[in-house]
Design a protein around this ligand. Structure first.
Ligand SMILES: Nc1nc2c(c(=O)[nH]1)N[C@H]1C(S)=C(S)[C@@H](COP(=O)(O)O)O[C@H]1N2
Ligand SMILES: [Mo]
Length: 210
């Protein structure tokens, strides 16, 4: 007899709670808290009057600058998703509310040749994704989580939410969204994390399954 591992015990706990352990990607465990994780200080905003969200890069026909009020003109979508941090914690059934990234970018007319989605947070944090992939998924620009506006620590006023990829891609304090024709890498993608980052394929670090 071998002692069940930490991960095995965690999976048994889920079964007991009526949650299908298959929902959990390999190597992850569920936490009930909503951890806060980021690099650098939390930005603060006294007003959203001069806050902007810009859309640019050589992969869009019409770059634009949106004000906070412009953002609220778009159709609102609610998405329930499980989020998986590469440091192995997962949070289940997170309810996000915001605008579909695809809708938001449509007005900037993405070029068919656009390849990389490159996203910037307030504090210089960036992340990169394959545009053709996230375009077709439920990628959101969200301002609400579990029925409440985002708190400062979780990305107020808006953050990206990419439910299908590791949580490092979900850039908080979103300020600039770019599409580029070439391939490029964001902060973690340049510093050891996988270019793609699918939790179910356990694409954590450089050199993990391609
Ligand atoms: N701007 C910014 N966004 C970020 C990060 C960061 O360092 N800066 N960290 C990422 C990582 S690694 C994770 S796991 C999630 C955590 O989101 P949370 O703090 O709301 O739980 O934010 C992501 N978004
Ligand atoms: Mo993370």
């Amino acid at each position: 007899m071998t002692t069940p591992s930490f991960m095995d015990r965690k999976r048994d706990e889920l079964r007991l709670r009526g949650i299908d352990p298959q929902r959990l990607p390999p190597g992850q465990y569920v936490t009930e808290r909503f951890p806060v994780l980021h690099l650098g200080p939390v930005p603060t905003y006294t007003s959203l009057d001069d806050w902007t969200l810009t859309i640019g890069g050589d992969g869009v026909e019409s770059p634009q600058t949106l004000q906070w009020s412009d953002l609220l003109e778009y159709p609102v979508t609610r998405v329930t998703a499980d989020m998986h941090c590469v440091t192995k914690w997962s949070i289940l059934d997170v309810v996000w509310r915001g605008v579909m990234l695809n809708d938001l970018l449509a007005t900037s007319r993405p070029l068919p040749t656009a390849r990389t989605l490159f996203v910037h947070g307030e504090n210089g944090y960036t992340s990169s994704m394959t545009w053709s992939e996230v375009r077709d998924q439920t990628t959101l620009v969200a301002w609400e989580v579990n029925g409440e506006p985002l708190t400062a620590e979780h990305g107020y006023p808006v953050r990206l939410v990419v439910p299908d990829l590791y949580f490092w891609k979900s850039v908080k304090w979103l300020r600039r969204i770019e599409l580029w024709v070439d391939e490029r890498s964001g902060f973690w993608e340049r510093n050891g994390y996988h270019q793609h980052g699918d939790p179910f394929r356990e694409e954590r670090y450089w050199g993990d399954a391609p």
